[in-house]
Design a protein around this ligand. Structure first.
Ligand SMILES: Cc1cc2nc3c(=O)[nH]c(=O)nc-3n(C[C@H](O)[C@H](O)[C@H](O)COP(=O)(O)OP(=O)(O)OC[C@H]3O[C@@H](n4cnc5c(N)ncnc54)[C@H](O)[C@@H]3O)c2cc1C
Length: 427
């Protein structure tokens, strides 16, 4: 079978900032870096080595605790014990190293949009492979805010990020998709028969009749805290997957976005003390969360910046400087949580030839991208009036899968009818 490369991308560079933050690199939403650009952190995207180092440690820590966390919530009325989440990336890679796949639909990204799409594609009787570069399913929910409560998903009054990720994963498994965690989608090739072939960074080849890109904000890594990077892993962290790890500790949270405020609120009840340091007077987190934090025991220091971290073998003292007056204060601290936002890379997807708007993928009302047989859904998409929410991504995923189903098999109907029997798939 002869194959040929897909055309080079047409990237709208007009909005791209000069410097290192170039095509395919974008800021994570909902964070310090979101609305005002590069606020608290270093403006330079981390090197691959830094990213790997950070990913390796951070995500290993996540996977270490996630299984216990999932089981712990089983007692809360949800049947989460039944879940089998592949949390060991090496085992997962080994199990799939030599296995190429031929499927109807390849889904890139196992965040909420991708997981729901996997369920929906199964309902449409499509064979599915899902790949995600993270070693856990759930995207931003699982990686960035597992302990945050989500209130705005229809039909679910409140749920933890981790719980929703687990429920979506469980629902995705209804029709047995192949979910490959720890694998990033790489080069795309279009074969003579219109099949799309994607190589992963782990050496797999996945051939699909259509692709659905649900890559969210891309492959994301935390923005480093310039002062004290040498304390990463010994008191300086970027994620708090398990608040119990900071029980009884004096915690300093750095940042002014949703993550920083959410972390402060989450840790208030378990830590000995929580201090939030933010370089601006105003927080950019959700108003209600900021209000809640102001009414809590959290000490708020603005406009302050971390100027140095000290300690013998681990974090002991953090020096903070008043941004306006230059006054310096030394704080006794056990752990620093740097929540400065994220650098997200579109990575190889930027070379797939899809039309990009502001480094998001432009889609039409069917969720089709500018490249035939490639659809997109969730945070990664852009169209007039786009709103980035979990609920929106779920709806887009259903639209994308139903439209992809017709492209994959023109005999299929666009509207599948309504689900009433899990055993019944709609062709
Ligand atoms: C702190 C915070 C709080 C939030 N709170 C809420 C809330 O209360 N309510 C709400 O509706 N929304 C909230 N959001 C937004 C919500 O999390 C997103 O809208 C949602 O996660 C988007 O889902 P997604 O599946 O489209 O993308 P993501 O969740 O970003 O998942 C995308 C996945 O694709 C993977 N990926 C990317 N590139 C590749 C590649 N090349 N190969 C393989 N895998 C790849 C990533 O690793 C990731 O797992 C919040 C976000 C943040 C940061």
């Amino acid at each position: 079978m002869r194959s040929e490369m897909v055309a080079q991308p047409r990237i709208d560079r007009s909005i791209e900032p000069a410097g290192p933050n170039v095509a395919g690199v974008m800021q994570a939403e909902h964070d310090d870096t979101d609305r005002r650009g590069h606020d608290d952190g270093d403006d330079v995207a981390p090197s691959r080595e830094q990213r790997c180092r950070r990913h390796g440690r951070q995500f290993k820590r996540r996977t270490d605790v996630s299984r216990a966390g999932v089981l712990a919530f089983g007692g809360g009325g949800r049947i989460l014990e039944e879940l089998t989440i592949v949390t060991d990336p090496d085992a997962n890679r080994d199990a799939n190293r030599d296995a190429d796949h031929d499927v109807d639909l390849l889904i890139v990204g196992a965040g909420p949009s991708g997981l729901y799409a996997a369920y929906y594609a199964g309902f449409r009787a499509l064979s599915v492979v899902v790949v995600d570069s993270l070693t856990e399913p759930g995207g931003q929910l699982a990686a960035l805010y597992p302990e945050k409560v989500i209130y705005d998903v229809g039909g679910i009054p409140s749920i933890l990020g981790r719980e929703l990720a687990a429920d979506l994963y469980k629902q995705a498994q209804t029709y047995d998709p192949t979910i490959l965690l720890g694998h990033s989608a790489g080069e795309l090739t279009r074969l003579d028969d219109e099949t799309l072939s994607v190589a992963t960074d782990t050496g797999l080849t996945i051939r699909a009749k259509a692709i659905l890109v649900t890559a969210g904000i891309g492959i994301f890594t935390p923005r480093p805290l310039p002062a004290g990077q040498q304390y990463e892993g010994i008191g300086l962290r970027y994620f708090v997957p398990d608040p119990n790890a900071l029980r009884g500790k004096k915690v300093l949270v750095v940042g002014g976005g949703d993550s920083a405020v959410d972390y402060a609120l989450m840790l208030e009840s378990v830590a000995e003390s929580v201090t939030v340091v933010h370089r601006r007077a105003e927080f950019r987190a959700h108003e209600m969360s900021v209000q809640k934090m102001r009414e809590s025991s959290v000490r708020i220091m603005t406009p302050y910046q971390v100027s140095a971290i000290e300690g013998q073998g681990r974090v002991e003292v953090v020096e903070v400087t008043d941004h306006d007056t230059g006054a310096v204060e030394r704080l006794e601290v056990d752990d620093v949580v740097a929540a400065l936002g994220f650098v997200a890379e579109l990575g190889p997807l930027a070379n797939w030839g899809m039309r990009l708007n502001h480094r998001h993928i432009a889609v039409d009302t069917t969720m089709a991208t500018s490249v035939a047989r490639i659809f997109a859904a969730g945070d990664i998409t852009d169209y007039p009036g786009k709103v980035k929410l979990i609920s929106v991504g779920l709806g887009e995923a259903a639209t994308a899968v139903n439209n992809a189903a017709v492209v994959i098999d023109p005999a299929k109907k666009l509207f599948p009818g309504h689900s009433s029997d899990p055993a019944k798939q709609v062709g």
